[in-house]
Design a protein. Structure first.
Length: 385
């Protein structure tokens, strides 16, 4: 959900060197990638080109630079130039310009989760049937980055509140915001039927909101309060409320929305101190995916969220293993993805979040994805290779 292809001079070998501090990168041949020949390389190529084109057409101005990634390097920019004029097969393009490397993490194991763009009914105006707000980014919120290092603020906090005197303090957490701490600073942009629906949109980072007049409002990430994310589904498993084998996004939402759980659900959601702010994106067409961290519209089954401190946006990643469908039936996974998004919970050299698409079916699939496929990164071949 920020800017793609930001100015910078970091070379691909810098990216690889940084990754090698956390993992072993083993060169492999394309012929060794099971299923490579049968993948839809045209779909991956289209997603790659979208990253090359950048965020200008898809992202509102206030969301373009919220989650900048590491610099791209000259070789990846050069490959983008070649892609714009490429006349051959998409598979041949990737084989000519990239070199596959299997990622073996030094610590932990590869892990893939899923996410999607929810669709819910909503109202722009306050209404008794729609009591749960999505809020606009408050003007006193400052995101920690190179320009705003936030000295004196705990390193675990990714944002802070700027006071009138220019100093900074931690931003109110979810519980305080739910209790009205910033109502005047962050007005609602839309209202949902249930707080659990708003919470799920916070986790997913975007949504399609169906309004009473038949129109669809697109909303996307516009910032967060900077507090660490806590997975409340994991808390329910740890507390023996929902068995691990039964846990899914659908099961979690059902528990949160159950009237008999109203008090417990409110308390549980407050345990995730992270709070997300949103902006409407009137530019996106009905068929476009939501805007991800790279500032471009995501592509279902081709866009991957990665750790933006390790991998640059636009980098191709091959996933090999199994993936559940919407009914939680295992299916072969042999697919080329493009790094186009990020997330506060997506940390690690072989950690990814698979964009399953929009709507209920995509949500069911995303909610089942907790898998450990192979991650194979396609690093740019240098110009002299």
């Amino acid at each position: 959900m920020a800017a793609v292809f930001l100015a910078g001079t970091a070379a691909p070998e810098t990216t690889a060197a940084q990754a090698r501090e956390r993992a072993e990168l083993i060169p492999v041949d394309f012929a060794a990638l099971a299923g490579w020949e049968d993948d839809d390389h045209d779909a991956a190529f289209a997603a790659f080109l979208r990253s090359c084109d950048g965020p200008a057409r898809d992202a509102p101005d206030n969301t373009v630079t919220l989650r900048p990634g590491i610099a791209l390097g000259d070789d990846l920019a050069r490959i983008c130039e070649a892609a714009r004029s490429w006349q051959g097969e998409a598979r041949a393009f990737f084989e000519a310009h990239f070199s596959p490397h299997r990622i073996i993490p030094n610590e932990g194991r590869p892990f893939l989760t899923g996410y999607y763009e929810p669709e819910y009914d909503g109202s722009r105006a306050p209404h008794p049937d729609f009591p749960a707000p999505l809020r606009a980014r408050p003007p006193d919120l400052v995101t920690r980055n190179a320009e705003n290092p936030l000295p004196g603020i705990d390193e675990s906090l990714a944002a802070a509140r700027r006071l009138p005197d220019g100093s900074h303090v931690p931003y109110p957490d979810r519980a305080a915001i739910m209790d009205g701490a910033i109502d005047a600073l962050a007005p609602p942009i839309v209202h949902l039927r249930h707080p659990a629906q708003a919470f799920i949109i916070h986790v997913q980072g975007s949504a399609r909101i169906r309004l009473a007049d038949g129109s669809v409002m697109r909303v996307g990430y516009a910032g967060r309060n900077g507090h660490p994310f806590t997975a409340i589904g994991r808390l329910l498993v740890e507390r023996d409320v929902i068995p691990l084998e039964e846990m899914s996004l659908e099961r979690l939402l059902g528990w949160l929305e159950a009237p008999e759980n109203a008090k417990a659900a409110d308390a549980l959601m407050r345990e995730n101190r992270s709070y997300i702010f949103f902006a409407e994106n009137p530019v996106l067409g009905a068929e476009s995916g939501p805007v991800g961290g790279a500032g471009v519209a995501l592509t279902a089954h081709r866009s991957l969220a990665v750790d933006r401190t390790i991998w640059p946006y636009g980098l191709p990643v091959w996933l090999s293993g199994t993936l559940p469908d919407a009914d939680n039936r295992p299916q072969p996974l042999a697919q080329l993805m493009i790094a186009q998004d990020t997330g506060s919970a997506i940390t690690g050299v072989a950690r990814g979040d698979y964009f399953a698409g929009s709507g209920d079916e995509a949500g069911r699939q995303a909610g089942h994805i907790r898998h450990r496929p192979e991650f194979i990164v396609l690093l740019p071949r240098r110009a002299e290779d």
